[in-house]
Design a protein around this ligand. Structure first.
Ligand SMILES: Cc1cc2nc3c(=O)[nH]c(=O)nc-3n(C[C@H](O)[C@H](O)[C@H](O)COP(=O)(O)O)c2cc1C
Length: 355
């Protein structure tokens, strides 16, 4: 049985986690993982000690970033920020689920909430990607960047907001957001999330190829020198994915995939677990198949189209074997969220296999 509370305590509200966390072994930052020698891997121009990190989500404050770096995660992603304050979904926001097989893309697919986190980790979350104001998150970006040592890199994640004022406004929200991030001097690489299953839009931004292309082109036009990647959901329509890659794959510096998979989550009596939100994003072991499939497709299309974007892969990386499976599938960098949240030793275990 896994230790139930590590980075995050799901019995507490997200705001309380932010204020009091991280928890478990992550709370101990006095003993720090020691890298040695020279960093041998590249993360968008920054030399890093391993092509492995923590993806967007569980690192909302500088304390969490520091805890992840202390445990040997060399690439850490700051939780997605927005151009303005955005509300948090009501408690609860994170729960374990029972899913012995794989999550399917069938819209009626349902999983039951579980009592505890198990070795074959399956997690559901429903935050709604909250954000504080830029004047609050800009210092967080600056302070987090200041923590980086040799061989470590930061990925700053951005979430666009549809204000209900049409597509032009949505595109401009991305341009503004990138400008706000760049004001902090966070110059490494930015991830634009186009795949949030909790955003409340009828169609995920990444499934609307026209809006994706418009966002990518507008951000590139305003920032010719910027390194940025876009985060995708799992695409069951391979032709649609190929068309998207063809249209933006030579403008972005990379793709990250996948986000959680939207699934109905209920209790043993068939009742909602997340009030007012029958569906939540499922992550961990049951979505690994989808992350691997996307990695293989992104590699195949890169080869076919002669592009040179990077592939940042995630979805169900719980062990060094999972990490290696992703590298073999074509990932340039591998990330974990669920695995990293409940196993503080994951980076150290993976780095032991790289030596
Ligand atoms: C608790 C939690 C919070 C997350 N928050 C975000 C987020 O703010 N932005 C985002 O793009 N993805 C978010 N994600 C999705 C992860 O970045 C990742 O794409 C997904 O969980 C699949 O990886 P995993 O199976 O290793 O967890 C979150 C996932 C979890 C479990």
């Amino acid at each position: 049985m896994l230790q139930q509370v590590q980075l995050y305590d799901d019995q507490l509200d997200f705001e309380e986690n932010k204020a009091k966390g991280p928890f478990g072994d992550y709370a101990n930052t006095s003993e720090r993982y020691k890298n040695s020698g020279e960093p041998q891997y590249d993360f968008f121009g920054t030399p890093v000690y391993s092509p492995f990190g923590i993806a967007a989500g569980p690192l909302p404050t500088t304390q969490f970033i520091d805890a992840a770096l202390a445990k040997g995660f060399d690439i850490v992603t700051l939780k997605s920020v927005r151009t303005d304050i955005f509300p948090l979904n009501a408690y609860p926001q994170v729960r374990p689920v029972i899913c012995d097989g794989d999550v399917s893309t069938d819209p009626d697919f349902t999983v039951k909430v579980a009592d505890a986190y198990t070795e074959r980790l399956a997690v559901s979350n429903s935050f709604g990607i909250p954000s504080v104001t830029p004047s609050e998150w800009q210092p967080f970006l600056r302070d987090s960047k200041a923590l980086l040592q040799k061989g470590q890199a930061l990925l700053t994640a951005f979430q666009g907001t549809a204000h209900g004022k049409g597509k032009d406004d949505f595109v401009q929200d991305h341009v503004r957001g990138i400008e706000l991030i760049r004001q902090t001097g966070a110059d490494a690489v930015i991830e634009i999330n186009l795949s949030c299953p909790n955003e409340g839009e009828a169609v995920l931004a990444c499934f609307d190829t026209d809006i994706t292309e418009r966002i990518v082109k507008a951000v590139r036009e305003a920032n010719p020198d910027l390194k940025f990647i876009i985060k995708l959901a799992y695409f069951s329509d391979h032709e649609q994915l190929k068309d998207l890659v063809k249209r933006v794959g030579n403008i972005v510096d990379g793709f990250s995939a996948i986000n959680t998979m939207a699934t109905t989550v209920e209790d043993e009596n068939g009742k909602e677990v997340f009030p007012g939100r029958p569906k939540a994003g499922v992550s961990g072991a049951p979505i690994k198949w989808a992350g691997l499939e996307m990695t293989r497709l992104l590699k195949q299309y890169r080869d076919e189209l002669g592009y040179d974007y990077k592939i940042v892969s995630m979805g169900g990386v719980l062990t060094p074997d999972d990490f290696n499976e992703y590298l073999e599938a074509g990932a340039d960098t591998v990330m974990s969220v669920s695995g990293a949240m409940w196993n503080p030793q994951l980076a150290a275990q993976i780095k032991a296999t790289l030596q």
